[in-house]
Design a protein. Structure first.
Length: 200
């Protein structure tokens, strides 16, 4: 049995923090896991900026409500789910993911949780488990699944390397250059075919 493990932001939908940065004109928030591999450092940086600017969960959710999946993403995911089971494994947060999952046809998602006050001030975050993407893939493998993963960032590399097959999708030149052993795709049709071949 094979299960597809997909990153969310950068693969199926635009980066939430970049969209928020553009909406608020805070270019400091455009840094993502494509740029900073240390996730805890990145989140502490983001939370510090939000606190300084008096921004929180309500403002971010307002931006998320306007984000649409990439063109062809839902159709790709629908076709993939007809081929095999699929889960989204993301370092986003439950407070962010709901509207995006609705637009993608309500796939299963494993993600993290923000710590926020009733007013919406974000004070911290709680990871679902340590090294969450790799840990989740290993858990699926322990249940008898072969995994095939796709992502675009530093924090996807371990789960990509851990499975039967794995791919990069619309990643950065640096990540692609530094990981020549991972096939890189830029179109959903080609990525779907890669999953089909991995199942064979």
């Amino acid at each position: 049995m094979t299960i597809a493990c997909l990153d969310l932001e950068g693969v199926l939908v635009p980066e939430i923090w970049i969209a928020f940065a553009e909406n608020t004109h805070l270019d400091e928030l455009k840094i993502t896991t494509r740029d900073e591999p240390d996730y805890d450092k990145l989140m502490r940086y983001r939370i510090g900026i939000l606190k300084r600017e008096g921004l929180g969960l309500n403002e971010i959710r307002a931006v998320i409500s306007k984000i649409q999946p990439f063109e062809g993403a839902k159709e790709f995911l629908d076709a993939l789910r007809r081929m095999m089971q699929a889960v989204i494994i993301s370092d986003t947060f439950t407070q962010f993911s709901g509207p995006l999952m609705e637009k993608l046809g309500m796939p299963t998602i494993f993600c993290n949780t923000l710590i926020a006050s009733e007013s919406g001030e974000i004070t911290g975050y709680k990871m679902r488990c340590s090294d969450s993407k790799l840990t989740t893939v290993r858990a699926l493998q322990s249940m008898g699944y072969d995994t095939v993963a796709v992502g675009d960032s530093f924090n996807d590399l371990k789960m990509i390397h851990a499975g039967k097959a794995g791919f990069l999708f619309r990643s950065t030149e640096k990540i692609v250059r530094d990981n020549p052993d991972i096939k890189h795709y830029t179109e959903f049709g080609d990525l779907l075919e890669a999953f089909r071949e991995a199942m064979a």
